[in-house]
Design a protein around this ligand. Structure first.
Ligand code: AMP
Ligand code: FE
Ligand code: FE
Ligand code: ZN
Length: 276
C-alpha cells in the first residue's frame, strides 16, 4: 500500500515524524510519503524510523503556490532540500505564514478570542505555522470541540479574522522543484474546500510543467475529469490520504498510488527512496 501525502508535527499533523512512520507501518503502508507544508525538517527523523520499521520512505514537501490569484498546493517529491532555491522558497514562505498568522491572532486577541501565547503553546518547535495551530489553541480553550469546527468558525476564509498569505506563482514553484531535481504533482487540484479550477484552468496549469496530478484524494470534486486529464497529458497519477493525525478525519491508506506511478516518480527524482 503506497500513501504519498501525509503530515507530521513539523507542519500541521499531530504525530511526530517517528510516530507517523510507526503508525503507517502498523496500518500496512509499505511506502510512505512525508509531505509537510513548506519544510523538509522531518525527513531525517522519518528516515531513521523508516529503517527501524522496514517501510519505504519517499521524502517530499507540500509547497504553497499562487495560481490565478488563488492558493494551491504542489507536492514536491525526491528533491534536493539542500539546494539554495529550496531554502529560498521555505524561508520566504515561513516569513509570510508567520506574519499572516500573527495578523490573524492580533485581530482575534483584540476580541479576547485567543492570545499569541496560547497559540505558541500549541505550535510545536520549528513547525511550519498555520491555522491548525490556532485551531488547537481554540480547542484547548474549549471554544470548539475539534479543528474542523474552528475551520468552520473563526478560522474560515470568510471570517473577519481571516488573512491570506502570499506564496510564489505556480510557474515559479514548479521551476524551483525542477531546479532542485524534484517531481511536481498538483495536490488535490479540485478540493471542494478550496478554489476549484475549471478544466481549462487545470490544463493551463499542467502546461506550466507539472509532472502529475493527485487524482485520488477525498476532497477532489471530479476525479473522473482529473483521470481524463492525466491520460490526455500523459501525466503521473497519484492517490493519497493527506493524513494529519488526529487533526483531520483522513485515514492512512484511504487512497493509494499504483506502483508503476511511484516508479515514474523515482525515475524522475534526484533522491533515492529510503529503504530501497
Ligand atoms: P493555512 O495553511 O494556515 O491556510 O491552513 C490550511 C491548512 O489547514 C491546510 O493545510 C489543511 O491541512 C488544514 N485544514 C484545512 N481545513 C481543515 C479542517 N477542516 N480541519 C483540520 N485541518 C484543516
Ligand atoms: Fe495541512
Ligand atoms: Fe494541501
Ligand atoms: Zn496536505
Amino acid at each position: 500500500m503506497i500513501d504519498l501525502h501525509t503530515h507530521s508535527s513539523r507542519s500541521d499533523g499531530t504525530d511526530t515524524p517517528a510516530e507517523l512512520v510507526a503508525t503507517a507501518a502498523a496500518a500496512g503502508i509499505t511506502t510512505l510519503g512525508l509531505t509537510d507544508h513548506d519544510t523538509a525538517s522531518g525527513w531525517a527523523e522519518a528516515a531513521e524510523a523508516a529503517r527501524a520499521h522496514s517501510i519505504r520512505l519517499v521524502r517530499g514537501v507540500e509547497m504553497s503556490a499562487t495560481y490565478l490569484s488563488h492558493s494551491v498546493h504542489i507536492l514536491a517529491y525526491l528533491l534536493d532540500a539542500d539546494h539554495e532555491a529550496f531554502a529560498r522558497h521555505t524561508a520566504s514562505l515561513r516569513q509570510a505564514r508567520t506574519d499572516r498568522l500573527a495578523a490573524m491572532i492580533e485581530a482575534m486577541a483584540a476580541e479576547n478570542i485567543i492570545t499569541a501565547d496560547e497559540v505558541a503553546a500549541h505550535t510545536p518547535e520549528g513547525a511550519t505555522p498555520g491555522r491548525p495551530h490556532i485551531a488547537d489553541a481554540l480547542v484547548a480553550r474549549g471554544t470548539y470541540a475539534h479543528r474542523d469546527e474552528a475551520f468552520a468558525g473563526v478560522l474560515s476564509s470568510s471570517s473577519p479574522y481571516y488573512r491570506p498569505y502570499v506564496a510564489p506563482e505556480l510557474e515559479q514553484v514548479i521551476s524551483t522543484i525542477h531546479d532542485c531535481g524534484g517531481v511536481a504533482i498538483w495536490a488535490h487540484p479540485m478540493a471542494r474546500s478550496r478554489w476549484v479550477p475549471t478544466e481549462a484552468e487545470i490544463r493551463d496549469g499542467i502546461a506550466l510543467g507539472l509532472d502529475g496530478l493527485e487524482v485520488d484524494h477525498r476532497d477532489n470534486a471530479d476525479r473522473d475529469l482529473l483521470g481524463t486529464l492525466v491520460r490526455d497529458s500523459d501525466l503521473i497519477r497519484t492517490g493519497s490520504s493527506d493524513y494529519h493525525g488526529t487533526g483531520k478525519v483522513n485515514r492512512l491508506g484511504e487512497f493509494t498510488t499504483e506502483p508503476d506511478q511511484l516508479e515514474e516518480i523515482c525515475q524522475r527524482g534526484v533522491l533515492e527512496v529510503i529503504g530501497g
